[in-house]
Design a protein around this ligand. Sequence first.
Ligand SMILES: Cc1cc2nc3c(=O)[nH]c(=O)nc-3n(C[C@H](O)[C@H](O)[C@H](O)COP(=O)(O)OP(=O)(O)OC[C@H]3O[C@@H](n4cnc5c(N)ncnc54)[C@H](O)[C@@H]3O)c2cc1C
Length: 387
Amino acid sequence: MTLPRSSYRAVVVGGGIIGLYTAYDLARAGAGPILVLERGFLSSGASGRNGGGVRQQWETRGTIRLARESVEAYRRFGRDFGYNLWFRQSGYLFLAESEVELARLRTVHDVVTAEGLPARLLDAGGVAELVPGLAPGAAIGGSYLASDGVLYPFPAVWGVYEAARSLGVDVALGVEALGLRVEGTRVTGLVTSEGAVATTTVVNAAGGWSGEFSRRAGLEVPNVATRHEILATESLKPFLDPMVVRASDGLYFSQTMRGEIVGGRTVGHAPGVGPGVPSSPGFLTGMARALTGLLPRLGSVRVLRAWSGYYDDTPDGFPVIGEDPRLPGFVHANGFGGHGFMLAPAAGRRVARAVLGEPTELDPAVFGPGRFLVARRDAPAERLGLG
Ligand SMILES: Cc1cc2nc3c(=O)[nH]c(=O)nc-3n(C[C@H](O)[C@H](O)[C@H](O)COP(=O)(O)OP(=O)(O)OC[C@H]3O[C@@H](n4cnc5c(N)ncnc54)[C@H](O)[C@@H]3O)c2cc1C
């Protein structure tokens, strides 16, 4: 496709949920012409390949606040965007198998409740009530928050895409961002597979490929892409309300409104982006063993499909939001690991503010790209990157 204009106020690289929310918020702020470049199709990245989990139970206040704001936004999504996400606030339950894991969940619980969210610590009986058919002795306790939940990612991507376009954002599908144009030390444009465009701001929202794109811009970043697998079973009569996550191995699963069990494990393949996003027999057998060990009733259930997608991980578990101090005009909106969907509405808003030079209300030592450029002792970290 030919690009509609030769000059834009900002160009967003990546048409996943983060890039689209950013573009939408920029357009709502009246920022001027905005272009989103997506080299694949809508939802071809992680935004069309995830488990739809939305939780506010985190280890750090910074993440909890972004998640909480995003939950509010997803609750309003139908009214704001005219699409039904089937957002079901039926809770997230973290299971502990040992006293050490339970102590960790207790710490999380303290931070979450200090933020005003009514998370509950459960004993083995409380867990068994929430997960009918749980194998005896499978958990000694857990942490539960009823306002966490699950949604369908596709209407979210589509709704924000339609809303951004209705506000005048150009979304170019099948067009790749190849590299930057820089004059002096500032961004002046972008070279794409459809020619060059002039712009003073480029937003790197390229998900698992954000490291690759930053490096194309001449910037060394610590982002690492890791492929993760996930599956969906045939539909079962509804029996499970919460998303269940096991602390020891990151097993996570929920039952969708169609009755399927959808889940995976938070263990990725070797770092790096390869060609394609395949599924492996090893994942299927490992997942089957983990699921049926926990819930023996799933022993005869058939898997309907399996797929995979890329996490974009950072060393400290926080996303990267803000302008790169080494290159004015280059704004990061990446590093969301396995939880970008649940942070997207709040994160997109912050990225848009960063583009406009407005305060983001984010601590740069926690979320800013400059944090990786200085040696730090006792740097904060978000380690609850499970499920
Ligand atoms: C198996 C799995 C399960 C997950 N489960 C959850 C969950 O339950 N809850 C949750 O919140 N999150 C989950 N996640 C994570 C979540 O999906 C991601 O964090 C989120 O979708 C990231 O959105 P994004 O827009 O940053 O990236 P993406 O959706 O990956 O979008 C980036 C886009 O950039 C495009 N692109 C890359 N390079 C270029 C270029 N040079 N030019 C043009 N376009 C380019 C890609 O084609 C891609 O479409 C999961 C992820 C996976 C893989």
